[in-house]
Design a protein around this ligand. Structure first.
Ligand code: GLT
Ligand code: MN
Ligand code: MN
Length: 387
């Protein structure tokens, strides 16, 4: 039961299980485990893939010879443990040079360096066959708006992505770019703070077809938003290229908790959405274990993310097969067909005229309630395993 398979496409970043547990107030508490050890652990727990930032794998000051050795060792570990690399990304936030942003820094030298670093990181990801390239603009933002133009920042961000799309095409890498929104942290305010704003921005790019989103549960929740609604909009736009699954308690700091550890119902609706629409991309757990965990518990954390997803997937099948739930849904969405002559299809002036002439019995229509209390309770019982 609950055995992960390759088709589930469960992935983790090197920075997730490898997180040594440091935070802004405390030193790391766990030994840094090497990329090779991470791959071994992921192979053991049945994950399909591993993702990385350029410098998670290759230290920024590595010599060409060191880099070549790291690449060849990592390739061997991937093959030995049957793990693939579906996604790669660039660390554009850790180095001091990015203190005021990368693509949106006021300093053109920083902006150019960020693009150079990303091209090199794209080359690295392509070596491992990655097809999704994530852009998390963690440092792209401000604490004060006194010194940076939000308009210029948007333009620089756009210029950078347009440049990198061309590079992607010229090299024949076939990457799909996925922008990962976040409202704040580490910046006071980050540009493109939500999935909705990223979707709007993508439409302004030279190659909008190449660019989608990588929504993260915790990030939308930090902004107080409904994550499932966000991914539904992204899916509808054909832009759900990747997903970062984790959990979060309300609008706090970015907690990156184990998937399903906080809001079981929300996690259920996320899994239900992905499974119902047939999302077939990576299910990436961008989370890390509690700081109190030791390495053995980190493994339990990773296994927990996967198992929770599979349990919820099973609950989704139960929900979809539950006759009482389905009867309620049929009642809720009942349609006697009398309005199709007016709405739902293409506009015509005849339809508009006919609809204007139709007389609605507002009191009668408004008198009909919806059994959402009953349905919600049934969902709760289903999730608690008493149905
Ligand atoms: C960083 C961030 C994550 C992003 C990663 C990709 S880096 O850990 O908190 O949400 O997905 O750059
Ligand atoms: Mn996060
Ligand atoms: Mn993330």
């Amino acid at each position: 039961m609950y055995q992960p398979k390759a088709e589930h496409k469960f992935t983790f970043g090197l920075w997730t299980v490898g997180n040594p547990g440091g935070d802004p107030f405390g030193y790391p508490v766990r030994r840094a485990i090497s990329p090779l050890e991470v791959v071994e652990m992921l192979g053991e727990i049945g994950a399909w893939g591993v993702n990385f930032h350029d410098n998670d794998l290759v230290p920024i000051d590595a010599t060409p010879a060191q880099k070549a050795q790291i690449i060849s060792d990592f390739k061997k570990a991937l093959a030995d443990n049957n793990v693939v690399v579906p996604m790669a990304t660039t660390d554009l936030f850790r180095e001091p040079i990015f203190r005021d942003g990368a693509f949106t820094s006021n300093d053109p030298k920083v902006r150019a360096f960020a693009i150079q670093k990303t091209m090199n990181a794209m080359d690295l990801g392509a070596e491992f066959g990655a097809k999704t390239y994530v852009f998390w603009g963690g440092r792209e933002g401000t604490e004060t708006d006194a010194g940076k133009s939000a308009l210029d920042a948007g333009k620089w961000f756009r210029d950078a992505l347009n440049f990198l799309c061309e590079y992607n095409m010229e090299q024949g890498y076939g990457y799909r770019f996925a922008l990962e929104p976040k409202p704040n942290e580490p910046r006071g305010d980050i540009y493109l703070p939500t999935v909705g704003s990223a979707l709007g921005f993508i439409a302004t790019l030279d190659h909008p077809e190449m660019v989608g989103v990588n929504p993260e549960v915790a990030h939308e929740q930090m902004a107080g938003l409904n994550f499932m609604h966000a991914i539904a909009q992204a899916w509808d736009a054909g832009k759900l290229f990747h997903i970062d699954l984790n959990d979060q308690r309300g609008g706090r700091y970015d907690q990156d908790f184990r998937f399903g550890s906080e809001s079981i119902k929300q996690a259920f609706y996320i899994v239900k959405f992905l499974e119902d629409v047939g999302y077939d991309g990576s299910r990436h757990f961008d989370a890390h274990a509690y700081r109190s965990s030791d390495l053995a518990d980190v493994k339990e954390f990773a296994k927990g993310c996967i198992k929770t997803y599979l349990i919820l997937k099973e609950k989704v099948a139960k929900f979809n097969a539950d006759s009482e739930i389905q009867a309620l849904l049929a009642q809720i969405t009942a349609d006697d067909g009398s309005m199709t002559q007016y709405i739902g299809g293409k506009y015509s002036s005849e339809k508009a005229k006919a609809l204007k002439a139709h007389s609605f019995n507002r009191a009668e229509i408004a008198a009909k309630g919806q059994p959402y209390e009953k349905l919600d309770q049934l969902v709760f019982e289903l999730l608690m395993g008493v149905r």
